[in-house]
Design a protein around this ligand. Structure first.
Ligand SMILES: Nc1ncnc2c1ncn2[C@@H]1O[C@H](COP(=O)(O)OP(=O)(O)OP(=O)(O)O)[C@@H](O)[C@H]1O
Ligand SMILES: [Mg+2]
Length: 371
């Protein structure tokens, strides 16, 4: 029997195409318009990468959609770092688009965002260096064919970016495997008396969550090899509403959800609820509220609205109503059924109930509780 390799899934069929697939047309248009110098191994110049991330309209009229919505300077520092010999660490609280930005950076710079190591407490050195196909190793002894390269090794050999997600969850001794990679730009394979030398264009983008601080802090040797860029939480409610609105529209069209008019007003209310609970005070600064245990990030607001749209489209009347989002808001806020329930109830009674024009949301929230 001959084994046939599975055919690669066409991008159009994939549930979630990679950034370089879903934005192939934008990347091609940018490459064509880009006459600035490109660092060795890069598909685009740093300028074009930044335009891809922030969005623009090209001279030929091609619309480049914004990916990361936030300060341009943050993106410029990140992109510039990747053109140096230091690696990039994106740091921030949950839901600040660390993973999202790293995927798009890899897609724009290397044309490939798939060289990914997911960091967990169980990540082993093989995920950063290389492993073995044991059947082959036993049958044929050590050979290049029996070696299973890690995404980092592949990125080095091909001169691309590798992504390491949740770096600080990886045990410290495994993290340290990155030190040689980043300082010597080589990965020795003693079993085969060889090494893989990083080609131009290789670098690493790591992400780490602020909340994991202290889990497996980076050793100082490793920290010195990274430039840290902190991704901030959206400063104003308007910024956050803007992010949620755009991302919900993009998600809705990629999920092919039926068209649902999303009232900006509804999105603004959800963002307001999340911001107030997160910060512990109402927007006017007059009332203190308790914060729940979960992270009410922009990412959660996006998913509450998207879920609401699905509810409205498939079970409601085709318009986003308070009722479609009430269960989602409650689900996001009440992570701990005891303590968060108290926090939510108090917020509902003291803030939502009293606020002008919010009585429909109040009623919808109370209604969801009774069911
Ligand atoms: N400033 C922003 N611009 C664009 N999208 C954003 C922004 N902030 C959050 N998002 C959206 O939030 C969602 C979650 O982002 P992402 O998963 O990258 O967060 P993260 O920082 O990696 O979180 P975690 O620490 O939980 O891994 C994405 O869909 C992303 O598009
Ligand atoms: Mg992430």
């Amino acid at each position: 029997m001959t084994a046939t390799a599975p055919a690669p899934t066409p991008a159009a069929e994939a549930l979630r195409p990679h950034a370089e697939q879903s934005h192939a047309a934008e990347l091609a248009a940018l490459a064509a318009a880009d006459d600035r110098p490109r660092p060795p191994g890069w598909k685009l110049s740093p300028w074009a990468v930044t335009e891809y991330i922030q969005g623009t309209t090209l001279p030929d009229g091609t619309e480049i959609t914004p990916k990361y919505i936030g300060a341009r300077s943050v993106v410029e520092v990140a992109v510039a770092t990747l053109a140096t010999d230091r690696a990039l660490l994106l740091l921030g609280v949950p839901g600040t688009a660390k993973t999202w930005l790293s995927e798009h950076l890899a897609a724009a710079i290397s044309g490939d965002s798939t060289l990914l190591v997911q960091g967990t407490a169980g990540t082993a050195e093989e995920a950063i260096r290389y492993g073995w196909n044991y059947a082959r190793l036993l049958a044929e002894g050590p050979s290049e064919a029996a070696m299973v390269p890690s995404p980092v090794m592949t990125a080095m050999a091909d001169g691309r970016l590798a992504r390491v997600e949740e770096l600080t969850r990886i045990p410290s001794d495994v993290q340290d495997a990155l030190i040689t990679v980043l300082s010597e730009k080589t990965l020795p394979v003693p079993e085969l008396a060889m090494e893989v030398q990083a080609q131009r264009g290789f670098n690493i983008i790591a992400t780490a969550n602020d909340r994991d601080r202290g889990v497996n802090d980076l050793s100082s040797a490793l920290r010195r090899r990274f430039n840290t860029v902190v991704l901030p939480v959206p400063q104003t409610a308007d910024d956050e509403v803007d992010i949620v609105t755009r991302r919900v529209a993009q998600l809705g069209s990629s999920l092919e959800l039926p068209e649902v008019p999303t009232g900006l007003a509804e999105i603004r209310r959800i963002v307001t609820v999340f911001r107030e609970l997160r910060s512990g005070t109402t927007e006017d600064g007059r009332t203190k509220v308790k914060s729940p245990s979960g992270t009410l990030s922009t990412a959660e607001a996006i998913s509450v609205v998207t879920n609401g749209i699905a509810l409205a489209a498939y079970f409601g009347d085709g318009t986003l109503r308070p009722f479609d989002v009430a269960a989602g808001i409650r689900g996001a806020v009440v992570q701990d059924p005891v303590s968060d329930e108290v926090v939510w109830r108090e917020y509902l009674e003291t803030v939502v109930r009293e606020r002008d024009g919010w009585d429909d949301l109040y009623r919808a929230c109370r209604e969801t509780e009774r069911r």
